[in-house]
Write a protein that binds this ligand. Structure first.
Ligand SMILES: Cc1cc2nc3c(=O)[nH]c(=O)nc-3n(C[C@H](O)[C@H](O)[C@H](O)COP(=O)(O)OP(=O)(O)OC[C@H]3O[C@@H](n4cnc5c(N)ncnc54)[C@H](O)[C@@H]3O)c2cc1C
Ligand SMILES: NC(=O)c1ccc[n+]([C@@H]2O[C@H](COP(=O)([O-])OP(=O)(O)OC[C@H]3O[C@@H](n4cnc5c(N)ncnc54)[C@H](OP(=O)(O)O)[C@@H]3O)[C@@H](O)[C@H]2O)c1
Length: 423
């Protein structure tokens, strides 16, 4: 351990902004980072949370549309050690969820360093430590920091960056073009012809919202999609699937879900929504493609208020041309084309994470790498997956931490003058 402190002192000679962190550095203050921090707190392990935005849960506070509600019942979305308040509805709104996360951070005294974007993190083989470089922004001023720590927890999310597709002529299109992450409400699209590119949960819900605000949406479906009812006979479809999976193999649960979907929603193929050949749960597990939980969009498709259109060929002179040759006037475009992980852009590591920014080992092994590296919230299992990762990570680090602090107490007291952490 003495060597470690010597390394920090050496760095300090060159830069006043090199900071030794007692315990792990957690990158990201979304639900995953907060859950990990809270679980570490319970284990008595100090930590440091770094967040590029100026608030916790920036995806929910800054990049989500107004009408957003959790699609799954609340018991599947709460984080460890703090249930949702009893008066929350079955499907909490965005505001409920943000309020809950704020009180979560407060309860567990999680105080991230905001406006600090991690630019690079690498493992130093010689010292056995992580070196995490950030740029902190304060108004127009920027400063650089380097954190040195024993453990690194990646909590930057599966949806860190927007996917912007390359479509011929889109750059020259004169109308508004926004990504779903910038969309707040259909209010500003009233009376406009809007092309929504993508038919995942975002594309479906934004099309519905546009429709409810008297815009005319056309939703682009370029391949296939599983649409399931959010509830079947008053029971959450997700909950039913979780229950069935305890007794029945996945392929059979998939078949049952499709029969139920057919009973509740009818045949959607005649409206242009083709189902993939693999079942919804298999597809989610193998390709990470989330099934859409319908909350009213299908009714609007059936009534013709939302048009389903094929893949776009190009944009020309305020017009969109589809691959089937049809053309349509268009005033605005909403790209509901999804998100991606940003891990490869800052984590210098090629063993644990693959090029797509997700851990190489599939669930349930994708939470722990070598050299004190951890990942939380990358199992494509939403908030419940993040909670389960967080608990495993905290327990793992906690065990080592307790062992080492016991040993350290027995030896001479090390002097940690420069330590900054949350404890
Ligand atoms: C519109 C929408 C609705 C969703 N609804 C649900 C739902 O109902 N139920 C569900 O289970 N899941 C839902 N999801 C999935 C959702 O992303 C997760 O459940 C949840 O937000 C994941 O939390 P996270 O902390 O892993 O990631 P995020 O919430 O994305 O948080 C990651 C944090 O890391 C920060 N960060 C990223 N890069 C850096 C960096 N380099 N340096 C510092 N900080 C960084 C980001 O600013 C962000 O605050 C939804 C996703 C979207 C897009
Ligand atoms: N309330 C909620 O719970 C809620 C609401 C919204 C989102 N979410 C979650 O947030 C995550 C992201 O969802 P999302 O809907 O934003 O993204 P997504 O599920 O990744 O869907 C992206 C969609 O865009 C399409 N697409 C991508 N590039 C395209 C192109 N060039 N041309 C045409 N279509 C293109 C995809 O089609 P292909 O299938 O052909 O690739 C797909 O239909 C998911 O986990 C989702 O469940 C949850």
């Amino acid at each position: 351990m003495e060597n470690l402190f010597r390394l920090v002192d050496y760095e300090d000679m060159f830069s006043k902004r090199c900071i030794w962190v007692n315990g792990p550095v957690i990158v990201g203050a979304g639900p995953s980072g907060l859950a990990t921090a809270a679980c570490l707190k319970q284990q008595g392990v100090p930590f440091m949370v770094l967040e590029r935005a100026e608030c916790i849960a920036s995806l929910w506070q800054k990049r989500a549309y107004d009408r957003l509600k959790l699609h799954l019942p609340k018991q599947f979305c709460q984080l460890p050690n703090l249930p949702f308040p009893k008066d929350f509805p079955e499907y909490p709104t965005k505001k409920h969820f943000i309020d809950y996360l704020e009180s979560y951070a407060q309860k567990f005294e999680i105080n991230p360093r905001f406006n600090e974007c991690v630019q690079c993190a690498r493992y130093d083989e010689t010292s056995g430590l992580w070196r995490v470089k950030t740029v902190a922004t304060c108004g127009a001023a920027k400063s650089e920091f380097e954190y040195i720590c024993r453990w690194l927890v990646v909590a930057t999310g599966e949806n860190a960056e927007c996917v912007i597709p390359e479509i011929e002529g889109l750059g020259e299109f004169k109308g508004d073009v926004i990504h779903a992450c910038e969309y707040k409400s259909g209010e500003s699209f009233k009376g406009k012809k809007v092309v929504v590119v993508g038919c995942g949960n975002s594309g479906m819900e934004l099309s519905l919202d546009l429709c409810n605000h008297n815009a005319s949406p056309s939703m682009v479906v370029r391949s296939s999609v599983h649409v399931l009812p959010r509830e079947v006979f008053g029971k959450s479809t997700f909950e039913l699937a979780v229950l069935m999976l305890q007794w029945v193999p996945l392929w059979l649960v998939d078949k049952i879900l499709l029969v139920l979907a057919w009973l509740v929603l009818g045949n959607m193929e005649r409206f242009g929504l083709k189902r993939p050949s693999e079942g919804p749960l298999l597809l989610k597990n193998t390709k990470g493609k989330t099934p859409v939980l319908d909350i009213g969009t299908l009714e609007k498709i059936r009534s013709g208020d939302i048009k389903v259109v094929p893949e776009i060929k190009r944009f020309t002179n305020g017009c969109v041309e589809f691959v089937n040759g049809e053309k349509q006037d268009v005033d605005a475009v909403v790209l509901a084309t999804g998100y991606r992980s940003n891990v490869p852009s800052w984590l210098q590591e090629g063993e644990f994470f693959s090029k797509n920014g997700f851990p190489k080992s599939p669930f349930p092994n994708g939470w722990k790498g070598n050299g004190g590296l951890y990942a939380v919230g990358f199992t494509r299992r939403g908030l419940s997956g993040a909670s389960s990762d967080a608990m495993k990570i905290a327990q793992d680090i906690g065990q080592v931490w307790k062992q080492e602090t016991r040993q350290k107490k027995q030896r001479t007291n090390a002097c940690h003058r420069r330590c900054i952490s949350q404890f």
